[in-house]
Design a protein around this ligand. Structure first.
Ligand code: UTP
Length: 408
């Protein structure tokens, strides 16, 4: 981009301070900052302070789940279908590990966190062990794609190298980096983190397939003949990955996606609920639902909106390709964002000082025609680590791991 174009864009978007900063830089600094500005998605930045532009919800209706009792009745059949697909090389797994794990408050990749009590047990290690349960049974490996971000890529790769991929064959593990998004103050002005750099952070977990495509990793998916991708979060240490029963049930259902869900602990539990919105699958947050919807019940007394998602989805690759360029809603989140002011002073705010912009994977579901809601037992499959203590914490996950016979 030529300098005058850069200037015009910055002026037009109300970012004069960035132009001021740019002019003070040497050639290398100018090049770096200009490259970042070129990648800014201005439609995202325009959302600053405009939460009201967030999509209105359509007509919500319950979506029934394949419940544990029904799954158990057909478990052998589903498992066989799933194992056959895995053995035929049709299933890959995608670990979403680009987040910053700010709530856990540890620097570096969350997967490096050691949750062991008497020995070292790293989150990444636990996930690999869970995957190995399946690959041992299948007698073959499942390709594992790991999404990182600019903030943690090198450290993540170095950690896997240092730990020898926890015994998983390196040729079946591929890393790719997600896109970064800028942050703004409450007036929509881009924040800077260095003299020659915008304040950039990972753009949420919703752009994972787009990032697989732009980084070229998707070529590997095709070269291997993978037809289904199972994506999952880094922080659920009881995560079942490429679970043959889940894969088999989704294939058997003829649907193009599947989502693992858990029964809500109570009507007001703060989870995203899988339901139908205008006839298409959708995940609706608890705060987007009226009390009437939250409390509505089916004839058998069960809550109509009874199943919360746990960030474990299965997607058909050809469908992902169809929706890859679709516009996804931008989530505007108030955050504490470290920044540098025009005089070069650094600040680390104690309270939120601006917005970050994120795409979320749950919005992908609504772009698809259908989704199998697949119930799993919470205490066997859901131990998320978001915080150090309390709810969804290192402590609660350690207790659940022990309950499931994992030595820590
Ligand atoms: P979370 O929503 O828990 O975000 O991510 P986080 O960044 O890990 O943690 P906090 O909110 O800062 O404490 C859910 C999953 O999505 C991944 C995370 O790594 C985690 O597996 N994720 C999140 C990404 O891969 N990229 C992102 O930009 C955000």
């Amino acid at each position: 981009m030529r300098e005058n174009e850069l200037k015009n864009i910055l002026m037009e978007k109300g970012q004069e301070h960035i132009w001021e900063a740019y002019q003070k830089l040497d050639d290398a600094g100018k090049e770096k900052l200009a490259a970042q500005i070129e990648r800014v998605d201005w439609s995202m930045v325009a959302m600053a302070g405009h939460e009201e532009l967030a999509q209105e919800r359509g007509k919500l209706e319950p979506l029934s789940a394949l419940e544990v009792s029904a799954i158990n009745e057909n478990k052998e059949k589903y498992e066989k279908i799933g194992l056959d697909a895995i053995r035929a090389g049709k299933v890959g797994a995608v670990l979403l590990a680009g987040g910053q794990g700010t709530r856990l408050g540890s620097d570096g990749p969350k997967g490096k966190y050691n949750i062991g009590l008497t020995k070292d047990v790293y989150i990444f290690e636990r996930l690999i062990r869970n995957l190995q349960d399946v690959t041992d049974k299948a007698g073959c490996y499942v390709p594992l794609y790991i999404m990182t971000s600019d903030k943690n890529h090198e450290e993540t790769v170095a950690f896997f190298e240092e730990k020898n991929y926890f015994g998983y064959p390196k040729e079946h593990v591929m890393f790719f980096q997600q896109e970064m998004a800028p942050s703004t103050d409450f007036d929509g002005k881009l924040l800077m983190e260095e003299k020659d750099s915008l304040s950039l952070s990972p753009n949420g977990n919703g752009g994972w397939f787009y990032s697989m495509a732009v980084t070229g990793v998707v070529k590997d998916v095709h070269a291997r003949g993978i037809e289904w991708l199972n994506i999952f979060a880094v922080d659920n240490v009881l995560q079942r990955i490429a679970d043959p029963v889940f894969v088999g049930a989704t294939l058997d259902s003829g649907r193009v996606s599947g989502a693992k869900v858990v029964r809500k602990a109570d009507p007001h539990e703060k989870v995203g609920v899988l339901c139908l919105e205008d006839g298409k699958p959708s995940i609706v947050e608890y705060y987007e639902m009226t009390d009437e919807i939250i409390n509505s019940r089916e004839a058998n007394g069960d809550l109509s909106y009874n199943f919360g998602v746990i960030l474990n989805y299965l997607f058909r690759v050809d469908k992902l390709e169809e929706i890859m360029d679709a516009k996804m809603p931008v989530h505007v989140v108030e955050k504490k964002i470290p920044y540098m002011d025009a005089e070069g002073n650094y600040y680390k705010p104690e309270t939120p000082n601006g917005y970050k912009f994120e795409l979320l994977v749950l919005d992908m579901i609504h772009l698809l025609d259908n989704c199998l809601s697949f119930e799993v037992v919470r205490n066997y499959e859901f131990a998320p680590i978001k915080n150090k203590t309390g709810v969804d914490s290192v402590e609660s996950a350690q207790a659940l791991l022990k309950e499931n016979g994992v030595e820590l």
